[in-house]
Write a protein that binds this ligand. Structure first.
Ligand SMILES: *[C@@H]1O[C@H](CO)[C@@H](O)[C@H](O)[C@H]1NC(C)=O
Ligand SMILES: *[C@@H]1O[C@H](CO)[C@@H](O)[C@H](O)[C@H]1NC(C)=O
Length: 273
């Protein structure tokens, strides 16, 4: 059985943690909680990046990231517990000041992986209506195929999101990104071994930099990690899942649901909805 060490937490936003635990999901305690050590994204740089938002009084609150798969489907994390009636926003970089490029869509169907449990099978696919209109600001990511490995070149992977910029900070207003290294399963497990039983190698992918700092944090959950593959293409390899409570500490890389492992589930949802 998988168990949490003191340091491992899901990377949903602090607000959403309250909401999600109300819905009785397997969520641990969260600290008040963007990408740590990130760079400001330009509009159109991450056309596949989505913000998952839920109604909060008379406004909407960002709770997780998402990756646009096609005009009507977005991948996010299981622990984000996306629900029908919530909304997905794309074509933005500034959360509070959405520009004319913003496309706001309503979730009409939300499928959390049937075997999702805590950090296991931590993926969900939502259907949105009306369909996104693809242009230079909004577009789909390309799924990694099972037989492609991310490149081991430094900085081959890029994670993006509006998550906290420090483990004690709040959600970022600006979309940020970091270029980080793909970390192989054995190295990742060795790093986490003192605190956590296992990052479940076959269904997770780890990335980071040895000294820490540049990484994902609270509110980045469900968002994309795109890596350069051996063929030189850029593909979706990860959906942000969990990391150390103190985001960005050295030797404790963040962990993503490994998208290729879930290709069958994802393709079923895209094809069957
Ligand atoms: C969920 O688990 C069951 C039982 O192990 C398995 O048969 C099924 O294929 C799994 N579903 C998915 C979508 O992986
Ligand atoms: C996304 O777009 C690319 C390029 O247009 C395409 O090859 C790919 O199949 C699309 N869909 C997914 C889910 O990757």
């Amino acid at each position: 059985m998988l168990r949490f060490g003191l340091l491992a937490v899901l990377l949903v936003s602090a607000q959403a943690a309250v909401r999600v635990s109300r819905k009785d999901h397997n969520i641990r305690k969260f600290t008040n909680g963007k990408i740590v050590g990130g760079t400001l994204a330009r509009l159109g740089q991450f056309p596949y990046q989505a913000s998952m938002q839920y109604g909060f009084g008379s406004s909407w609150a960002h709770y997780c990231g998402g990756s646009i798969l096609d005009q009507t489907h977005v991948l996010t994390a299981g622990h984000c517990a996306p629900a029908v009636g919530e909304r997905v926003v794309a074509g933005i970089i500034d959360l509070p000041a959405t520009g004319p490029e913003a496309q706001v869509r309503t979730i009409t169907r939300a499928v959390i992986h049937p075997n999702y449990s805590g950090v296991v099978n931590d993926v969900a696919v939502v259907t949105v209506s009306p369909p996104f209109e693809f242009n230079s600001f909004v577009g789909n990511v390309t799924l990694a195929l099972n037989n492609q490995q991310p490149s081991t070149a430094p900085g081959a992977c890029t994670a993006s999101g509006w998550g906290a910029t420090s483990w004690t900070g709040g959600t970022s207003e600006d979309l940020l990104y970091v270029d980080i290294d793909f970390i192989d399963d054995d190295t990742c497990m060795e790093m986490w071994a003192p605190d956590f039983s296992t990052p479940i190698p076959e269904q997770n992918i780890c990335a980071g930099v040895e000294e820490g700092f540049h990484t994902v944090c609270y509110g980045d959950s469900g968002g994309p990690m795109v890596c350069t593959a051996d063929d030189g293409g850029r593909y979706l390899y990860g959906s942000t899942s969990w990391g150390p409570q103190e985001c960005g500490i050295p030797e404790r890389p963040a962990v993503w649901a490994e998208v290729p492992y879930f290709n069958d589930f994802i393709l079923d949802q895209i094809g069957g909805a």
